[in-house]
Each structure stands twice: as C-alpha cells, then as structure tokens.
Design a protein around this ligand. Structure first.
Ligand SMILES: C[S@@+](CC[C@H](N)C(=O)[O-])C[C@H]1O[C@@H](n2cnc3c(N)ncnc32)[C@H](O)[C@@H]1O
Length: 230
C-alpha cells in the first residue's frame, strides 16, 4: 500500500510520526537553505510586509509561514499537497489569525483562485516540483506588478551533479528519515535556465545566490532565486 502512495505523503507520514503534533513557538527567522541560521531572512520578499498578502507553495509544517505572519503581520496563505502536513501545520500554528493553511496542489490552487499577492515564495516546495512552464505563469498572474517571487531549490550541482541541459525534469529522490529514497521528478535548472523560464512568464530574475552547507561537502546545496513581476 505505502509503496504506491505519493512520495510526499510517505515523507509527511514519517515526519509526522517523528515530530508530534501540538502548538510550537514561532521561529525567530525564515530558513531558505539547508543550513538553519544561514542565508537571508524575510526581507528578500520586499519592504514592509505588514499589510501584505503572501502565498507559500509547499509549506510543509508551516514554520516559515508562521514566522511571516507573526513577525511581519503579513496575511499569509500556505498551501501543501498533503493533508497530513496541513494538519500538522495547523496543530503547530493554527492559533494565528492571519495565517491560513490550505490542502492542495500548488498549480490547482493558483488556477482556481483570483486572489492577488504581494509576494509568493517556496522553500524546497512546489517550485521545481511542478512544470515551470505551467507554474511560473500561474504565479505571475497572481502577483501585483513589481512584487516578488522568491524560491529556494536544491542546488543543481549538489553532490557533484551537473545541471540539466534541457527543459525537462529529471529523476530525483525524496530521502526519508529512515534513509529510504523515493523517486520524484524535479526540474533541476541552473540560474540561467530559471531566468529564461521566469522571463517567459513575465518575471524578471533579480538575484540568484548559492549556499553551502559543510555537512554536505564542498558542493553548494541550495539555489535561492528572487524575481519581480514585470
Ligand atoms: C521538502 S518539503 C519542504 C517543506 C517546507 N517548505 C520546509 O521548508 O520545511 C516539500 C513540500 O512540498 C510539498 N509539495 C510537493 N509537491 C507539491 C505541489 N505540487 N503543490 C503543493 N505542495 C507540494 C510536499 O508535500 C512537502 O510538504
């Protein structure tokens, strides 16, 4: 039965078992990279988020969304494909009035809504896991002009890999806590290829930064991209 379940469902099941439900203190900072405490904070989403509407795609247990809602007072909507993750996120942070957790596929959520957002972000979430030629234009349609899309993805050269040389996804793996690896498709682009896809969607790449994590050797582990709606 589990062998046929979605890798993201099995991932959620293991994480939920390892980290029980219940209220949590809101994290002091946003984490964009594999190394907690490194990388930028929420300022890359734009100045003065206080009255702003923000959307997260692939929120998992909701730590970053809770940070934004609490420390910046933003109105945050956080979407995840897996109901178990959303249930866990609600148990941690459901008390926050300006934070809404939604179960859904990122693309379907965007296609079925006409809300506008001042910032959209994904931290190892839906961006890179959904065809960019569909997801990026869908995101752009919901962003106000001049506003930000920021996303971190596993670096395309992690562990000595080469970035993909075409626009197709390649096989990657979700690594579970018990070290089992379940196959998924990932669009594993370098910054140049992301820039091309962002441009086609009406988004301008404003920065691309890579981050290292000594626990994972010499290769960069995270690629963090910010773009603006033209
Ligand atoms: C590696 S986890 C990252 C979770 C969270 N952003 C974090 O940093 O802890 C990836 C998350 O993306 C979710 N996800 C995968 N595909 C998705 C999709 N198409 N739409 C929405 N969420 C998705 C998974 O269920 C999982 O919770």
């Amino acid at each position: 039965m589990l062998a046929q379940a979605s890798p993201w469902y099995v991932h959620a099941l293991q994480r939920t078992t390892a980290a029980p439900a219940g209220p949590l203190a809101v994290p002091e900072r946003m984490e964009w990279t594999t190394r907690p405490g490194s990388g930028p904070n929420a300022e890359i989403l734009g100045p003065d988020l206080r009255p702003k509407r923000v959307l997260e795609l692939g929120c998992g247990p909701g730590h970053n969304a809770a940070h934004l809602a609490t420390r910046y007072g933003a109105q945050v909507t956080a979407v995840d494909l897996v109901g178990l993750q959303i249930r866990r996120a609600r148990s941690h942070y459901g008390r926050l009035n300006n934070l809404t957790f939604v179960v859904g596929h990122a693309l379907h959520y965007l296609q079925a809504s006409d809300e506008r957002f001042d910032a959209v972000y994904s931290v190892f979430g839906a961006v890179g896991l959904v065809a960019p030629e569909l997801l990026l234009p869908a995101i752009a349609r919901h962003l106000t002009r001049g506003r930000t899309l920021a996303f971190s993805v596993p670096h395309p050269q992690r562990g000595g890999l080469h970035p993909t040389t075409d626009d197709r996804p390649r096989r990657d793996y979700v690594t579970l806590l018990d070290r089992t690896r379940l196959p998924i498709a990932r669009w594993d682009f370098d910054a140049e290829r992301w820039e091309k896809h962002l441009g086609h969607a009406g988004l301008w790449l404003s920065s691309a930064k890579e981050f290292h994590d000594a626990r994972h050797g010499l290769w960069p582990t995270t690629l963090l991209i910010t773009a603006r709606k033209l």
